[in-house]
Design a protein around this ligand. Structure first.
Ligand code: GDP
Length: 471
């Protein structure tokens, strides 16, 4: 403890004129602390500076809350290229938007809401599993239900399988929409049989997966699909507490000329208001405007509602978490602190599971399963490897193949592995150039083999902590 007079004197000697009643800025405090040999750490808001924790806490709190009410489900559409994802999203946007009197063109804000009878459904506007798993890899789990679009005239294709595995690995229920029913060659029965091999079993066959035959082009049965989404949502009892302080997630963000940083966000709990001080990822601000999917300015937003917000200090990243604070000053200091921490983190590298650190990671994280993505040149090898790998049992820890397929290791494999903390085994295949560089930057381990028993031996040895290092 120092007397104020002494500090004023010291500052005077440092060339800073001040008096006892003036507050000091951060730089001056640091300077002063250095003079006294103290390491000036800005006061850390331990309980709130960790936005992830504050976010999870708010999520948990809502589950206990008596104010919980039903909230609209959030849906991502997935499926193979050209099977009709975009057509379905467009049809829904144009025929089912929540009110028509707006008359205008809907805004593209990363997600939109559709109304059926008196209930709403939120659709994320970027279809496909890449966006889905990228969000997940960054810790955002905003999708409640996946609609898997499969063309009735084409059937299950590689990206259909990828989508199934991505959804399953995220534990998100799948509703199957067999599309293009208007096409003469449509064969929904065949598609259903194919999907049953992936454990998507319709109720008629004793399973619990919802199947709907639709045509995104003609609109046939699209209402049924919406009805089924709502039914699934009811089964899941999706709820939120609109009365608590709001939390949400960034869907996408950009810098707008004239308006500054703009973020499309999804509110998940509570009610977000214009004027709320917020921290968003590593940035902060006070909400200046909110615009909904119909281009309308709104003053407040409730759970599952997507809006575009302005008023942020910097452009956040997609999947960033949003937490509301009581006052702008705290939001600012937390935001600034997080920006600093993020810079620091960037320098240290994040570690993923690799064959080399597998044993240590298994012990440290008390892993019960070792997740692997498996790619090979022919189906026979995929099956042989999968069977052998799944037989490995090291002290009760088993191998779980979260995705397998024939062909080169692609970006989707790397994204899935990254999101699931898995590593990749390639048998007689290589990664594509983009997959290779993505794996390097994401820290995903890819192991290539051309002898089956060598792959089995390596995985077994790694699980026992006895893998010979490779040079
Ligand atoms: P995406 O790659 O999954 O987004 O597929 P698109 O929505 O772009 O659709 C690919 C093509 O299939 C386009 O030419 C669409 O017009 C067509 N298509 C989509 N849905 C249907 C459908 O229900 N019936 C028919 N006949 N064509 C469709």
């Amino acid at each position: 403890h120092r007397e104020p007079a002494e500090i004023v004197k010291k500052l005077f000697m440092l060339g800073i004129m001040t008096n006892q009643n003036q507050s000091l800025d951060k730089d001056t405090i640091e300077l002063l602390a250095a003079e006294y040999g103290i390491n000036a750490q800005q006061k850390v808001h331990e309980d709130i500076s960790d936005i992830d924790k504050a976010y999870s806490k708010a999520m948990e709190a809502s589950k206990e809350s008596k104010n919980q009410i039903k909230r609209p489900p959030v849906v991502t559409i997935m499926g193979h290229v050209d099977h009709g994802k975009t057509t379905l999203l467009d049809r829904l946007r144009h025929t089912h938007v929540s009110d028509h009197e707006a008359g205008g063109i809907t805004q593209r804000i990363g997600a939109y809401q559709v109304r059926l009878d008196d209930r709403l459904i939120t659709f994320l506007d970027t279809p496909g599993h890449a966006a889905f798993s990228n969000m997940r890899a960054r810790g955002a789990e905003i999708t409640d239900i996946v609609v898997l679009v499969v063309a009735a005239d084409d059937g299950v294709m590689p990206q259909t399988v990828e989508a199934i595995d991505h959804a399953k690995s995220a534990n998100v229920p799948i509703i199957v929409a067999i599309n293009k029913m208007d096409v003469p060659g449509a064969n929904p029965q065949h598609v259903t049989e194919q999907l049953m091999k992936y454990n998507l079993i319709p109720e008629d066959y004793g399973g619990d997966t919802i199947f709907v035959d639709i045509s995104a082009k003609t609109g046939q049965n699209v209402d049924d699909l919406l009805q089924m989404i709502l039914l699934q949502a009811d089964v899941m009892e999706l709820k939120a507490d609109p009365k608590q302080k709001a939390i949400g997630t960034v869907i996408e963000a950009r810098l707008s000329r004239g308006r500054g940083p703009v973020a499309d966000i999804l509110v998940q709990q509570g009610t977000l208001h214009v004027g709320d001080p917020i921290v968003v990822g590593n940035t902060f601000g006070r909400i200046r405007t909110m615009t909904n999917d119909r281009g309308r300015q709104v003053k407040k937003v409730t759970p599952s509602e997507p809006v575009e917000i302005t008023g942020l200090n910097d452009v956040p990243e997609s999947a960033d978490k949003i937490v509301v604070f009581d006052d702008e000053k705290t939001a600012r200091s937390v935001g600034e602190q997080r920006a600093q921490q993020a810079l620091q983190k960037q320098r240290e590298n994040v570690t993923h599971v690799t064959l080399d650190n597998l044993f240590d990671t298994m012990k440290k994280e008390n892993m019960k399963e070792v997740d692997i993505v498996l790619k090979a040149d022919v189906q026979g090898s995929v099956e042989a490897l999968q069977q052998s790998l799944e037989k490995i049992d090291v002290e009760g820890v088993r191998v779980n193949i979260i995705h397998s397929g024939v062909g080169a290791i692609n970006e989707s494999d790397v994204t899935l592995a990254g999101a699931s903390n898995a590593f990749i085994i390639g048998f007689n295949v290589r990664p594509t150039a983009t997959a290779k560089s993505q794996a390097e930057s994401d820290g995903v381990d890819i192991r290539l083999y051309s002898i089956i028993y060598k792959a089995i031996d390596d995985v077994t040895a790694a699980m026992k902590g006895m893998l010979e290092p490779t040079y």
